[in-house]
Write a protein that binds this ligand. Structure first.
Ligand SMILES: *[C@@H]1O[C@H](CO)[C@@H](O)[C@H](O)[C@H]1NC(C)=O
Ligand SMILES: *[C@@H]1O[C@H](CO)[C@@H](O)[C@H](O)[C@H]1NC(C)=O
Ligand SMILES: *[C@@H]1O[C@H](CO)[C@@H](O)[C@H](O)[C@H]1NC(C)=O
Ligand SMILES: *[C@@H]1O[C@H](CO)[C@@H](O)[C@H](O)[C@H]1NC(C)=O
Ligand SMILES: *[C@@H]1O[C@H](CO)[C@@H](O)[C@H](O)[C@H]1NC(C)=O
Length: 597
């Protein structure tokens, strides 16, 4: 309808112009038709975005979802080096929907004061995040499922979440209640779905919104955010801990009846880091006891429950893609499948959970299919959740925002733009243990405090590294090319000059560490393009883009003088005063740094 209106007005304008200038009407009509055709072929693409909750990549969950493999891996591209920037639901989702690192959203936790929906609103993001931007760009937007934590039956209307033409959100405290969920549609009151499985409920809602989206004239952005395979939380079982604080009791996810018999012999992959004989890692991880057989068996049960619960999501994706196939819009629709953070079970002796910087927690599945996206392709580029909003902008033809901390990812072969070899990983607060046997935290709680750290994950030509600095000023350095399961911390406990220094990347390890530390110093407080091109801050005008280039011994002196990443104390939020040096030196004795380097 709109297109015809456009053509009609173009014809009228062209006729007027042609008459005025004595042009041939035939030619004018020809150009009008080609304008109309190009208008049609450049109609902005639609998006279907599916985001699961706590789905791992490293524990192989994707292999158990045949429809997702068929529709997404075989028909699209698998981004095998895709990372989240904070391994916890709410901060990770806020980073995803704003395109910013958590240190630039300052939504760093799942609940107030440092996180959750109220913090998202306080920080002004309810008027300034992806769905709002997409509506402004002409999109119809729909969302069903979990949006944020601490978005509750008591605060959902103060204010309502902006940016959606249709929404039906899961609300706390019933978000993770598989058999008694509460959803809240548009501006209507919450509805309890007691006795129905949450995946059944969301499937109906998602199919309804997809129908609405397909009927509309405008391009659409539909998000479906099921909670599987997150742990089940029964709100009626909230108990009280030592203090007044409520302790949330998390149990294995509950699959649909029809999936409960599946995978009876499947166990958590027994990788080298699974319940290892030797403890390793930062002190609190090193202090975990080896799991006995009951705990290991429970981990396997928990793992199977997750795979079973994911079957509902697998069928949901099948229904959504099948409906798109039946429509005439599949050819102009990008489908994106991912999760908010990863998950570990038993690795490094950890009970079920996330919040760590290990591969299991920070790597998540990412599949993209759509116009121009290679089918059955595996992409190696390093990509992150803060790259997704810039990617959607680029695909939709919306100009890049300067407050994006990420950059569009290469979904189609011609996709240009700066790439990066690093991922900035940040965390503030406690590690949380889930399931039975999770009361191994301080004082028998399910929490381990001082889980505040900054890290950089680096994948480049000839290196595959993870470097982290903790609020306790402990350090970790893993060379994943020789130690893929992160069992050997290479960070030296002390370096004495009379000893022969171990080598890393062909240099004494202290030189490599200096570069990694300076890189992390930039990344932990970067904004916008600094987050994408951190070496330009460290070595302005030197055309350094990689660790390999920065390792040149010419720069040793300059790097040796940079302040180190450190913490003054362990805090639970992003408190600048607790976080040591904020920025690298850029001048020395008033002389610009690049003269020195
Ligand atoms: C982040 O938020 C906390 C409150 O949650 C506040 O105390 C802190 O100053 C904020 N950090 C920055 C850098 O604005
Ligand atoms: C969706 O919402 C936007 C912004 O309010 C509005 O302009 C658009 O017309 C709506 N689309 C439909 C189909 O109602
Ligand atoms: C289910 O949730 C509702 C609130 O939405 C509550 O009133 C009811 O007691 C719950 N049912 C069970 C079995 O926990
Ligand atoms: C195994 O370890 C758990 C958690 O520490 C403990 O509760 C349980 O009693 C242990 N079981 C056996 C058989 O030792
Ligand atoms: C957490 O770190 C602080 C230092 O900031 C220390 O005083 C405290 O003992 C640590 N707590 C635990 C449980 O390790």
């Amino acid at each position: 309808m709109k297109l015809f209106t456009t053509i009609a007005s173009l014809v009228a304008a062209a006729e007027g112009a042609a008459l005025g200038h004595g042009m041939d009407l035939q030619n004018v009509l020809q150009s009008v038709i080609s304008i109309a055709q190009s208008h049609q072929s450049t109609k902005p693409p639609n998006f279907l975005f599916v985001i699961t909750d706590d789905q791992d990549l490293q524990l192989d969950s994707v292999s158990y979802t045949p429809h997702i493999l068929k529709h997404m891996r075989d028909k699209g591209t698998f981004f095998q080096n895709h990372f989240v920037t904070t391994a916890l639901c709410c901060p990770s989702r806020v980073s995803l929907w704003t395109g910013r690192q958590a240190h630039n959203t300052n939504v760093t936790d799942v609940s107030p004061p440092h996180g959750g929906y109220p913090k998202f609103v306080d920080r002004g993001f309810n008027d300034n995040f992806l769905p709002v931007w997409l509506q402004e760009a002409g999109y119809d937007t729909y969302y069903t499922g979990k949006m944020f934590n601490a978005h509750t039956v008591d605060n959902y209307y103060s204010p309502y979440i902006n940016g959606f033409n249709g929404s039906d959100f899961l609300l706390d405290p019933f978000t993770y209640s598989y058999l008694n969920s509460t959803y809240q549609r548009n501006h209507e009151p919450p509805v309890s779905y007691e006795g129905q499985h949450t995946i059944e409920v969301i499937t109906k809602k998602a199919m309804g919104f997809l129908e609405d989206a397909l009927e509309g004239d405008r391009p659409f952005f539909v998000t479906v955010a099921p909670i599987a395979p997150h742990s089940n939380v029964d709100p009626m079982a909230l108990n009280h801990g030592d203090g007044e604080r409520q302790v949330i009791s998390m149990s294995a996810p509950i699959p649909m009846e029809k999936h409960k018999h599946l995978f009876q012999d499947v166990k958590v992959p027994r990788t080298a880091n699974f319940n290892p004989d030797e403890p390793s890692g930062v002190s609190w991880v090193q202090g975990l006891e080896q799991q006995n057989q009951s705990v290991v068996d429970y981990g396997d049960f928990f793992y199977r429950s997750r795979l079973q619960a994911l079957q509902g999501v697998d069928e949901l994706v099948d229904s959504l893609v099948t409906r798109l196939e039946e429509s005439d819009k599949l050819d102009n629709t990008y489908i994106i499948y991912t999760s908010d953070n990863g998950f570990h079970i038993g690795q490094h002796r950890l009970p079920p959970g996330k919040t760590c910087g290990f591969e299991e927690d920070i790597r998540v599945p990412l599949f993209v299919r759509g116009p121009g996206v290679p089918e059955g392709h595996v992409q190696n580029a390093v990509t992150t959740h803060i790259d997704l909003a810039p990617t959607i902008f680029q695909l939709a033809g919306i100009p890049h925002r300067s407050d994006f901390d990420g950059t569009a990812i290469p979904v189609t072969p011609g996709f240009a733009g700066p790439r990066h070899e690093h991922v900035t990983v940040e965390f503030w607060g406690s590690s949380v243990f889930e399931g039975d046997y999770s009361q191994i935290g301080i004082g028998g709680s399910t929490m381990m405090p001082n889980n505040t750290y900054k890290s950089v994950r680096l994948l480049g030509p000839g290196y595959n590294l993870y470097y982290s600095v903790w609020c306790t000023n402990e350090h970790e350095l893993y060379d994943l090319s020789t130690d893929p399961y992160q069992l050997h911390n290479l960070y030296p406990s002390s370096l004495r000059s009379e000893e022969i220094e171990p080598q890393l990347l062909g240099r004494g390890i202290s030189h490599t560490i200096k570069r990694l530390d300076a890189l992390l110093l930039v990344l932990k407080s970067c904004k916008g393009s600094t987050c994408i091109k951190p070496w330009e801050t460290l070595q302005p005008g030197q055309s350094i883009h990689t660790l390999g280039e920065a390792l040149n011994e010419r720069y040793d002196l300059a790097y040796s003088q940079q302040p180190e990443v450190s913490f003054n104390w362990c805090d639970t939020g992003y408190i600048i005063e607790a976080e040591g040096a904020q920025a690298p030196l850029t001048t020395r004795y008033g002389v610009p740094w690049d003269i020195w380097v």
